[in-house]
Design a protein around this ligand. Structure first.
Ligand code: MG
Length: 245
């Protein structure tokens, strides 16, 4: 049994959420779109074929933590331009989650997004998911001096800017390795278990305090809300069901 198990959920005052593949499920495959746009950006900017661009993209991710960091360091790319380009994605694949919306609204405490993406991307997603009103702040990659999680810069900036005591905060992430610094700073952590192998790296250890399968249900339980009583609108009835009703 790990020596440090994190705080009980009712003691949490600040909830810190990763954005991509955390506030919406990885099954939306939004990251595939972002990934494709990164490849296209690299091909256009460095005058490469798409195949060659993919090799560069993977190498920069591996060697610099993010593809963007590699582009900034090696190719002097303007990160704002890169982020604006890669986040022009179609959100139609992502339906709002009524359980998540209700749970966030009912859950006491502040909610803040901490993303390796941009504020603009976060604002667009939160609005699309109909959960923007539940959040009081976004700390993005620019706020972190373009040092992606798990680098400490962004965590420290978030704690400073929002005057958060880490002992009263919980951070939720799909990339388990990004929870290592959160736990080291004294935060309670929750890992969003998913289907992506690389997100599961470092998912075992004392730095993981909760494991979450469905974010809406986890937060509903924390808010003492019964997910079963949340009214789920019939968003996309199948033709068969329509014909019967
Ligand atoms: Mg993520």
């Amino acid at each position: 049994m790990p020596p440090h198990r994190g705080r009980p959920l009712h003691e949490i005052e600040t909830w810190i959420f990763d954005l991509d593949n955390t506030l919406y499920p990885a099954s939306c495959r939004l990251f595939d779109q972002i990934h494709d746009r990164m490849q296209r950006f690299i091909a256009e900017r460095l005058n490469l074929s798409l195949e060659e661009a993919l090799v560069v993209q993977k190498r920069y991710f591996r060697e610099h933590g993010t593809t963007m960091r590699g582009l900034m360091t090696v190719d002097k790319v303007d990160p704002h331009e890169f982020l604006a380009y890669v986040h022009e994605v179609d959100l139609a694949c992502m339906p709002p989650d009524p359980v998540l919306t209700a749970a966030l609204a009912a859950l006491p405490g502040r909610k803040i997004v901490h993303t390796n993406g941009s504020v603009r991307h976060a604002e667009r997603l939160l609005a699309h998911l109909e959960i923007a009103n539940s959040f009081c702040g976004i700390v993005d990659i620019a706020d972190a001096g373009f040092e992606p999680k798990p680098a400490l810069a962004g965590y420290r900036e978030l704690l400073r800017r929002h005057t958060v005591r880490p002992q009263t905060a919980l951070m939720i992430e799909d990339m388990a390795k990004n929870l290592v610094p959160a736990a080291a700073l004294g935060m309670t952590t929750a890992w969003m278990r998913g289907t992506i192998d690389w997100a599961a790296a470092a998912s075992e250890g004392d730095h993981i305090h909760y494991v979450v399968d469905k974010l809406g249900h986890f937060l509903a339980e924390a808010a003492s809300l019964d997910p079963a009583v949340i009214e789920i609108p019939d968003q996309c009835p199948s033709p068969i069901r329509s014909a019967r009703s």
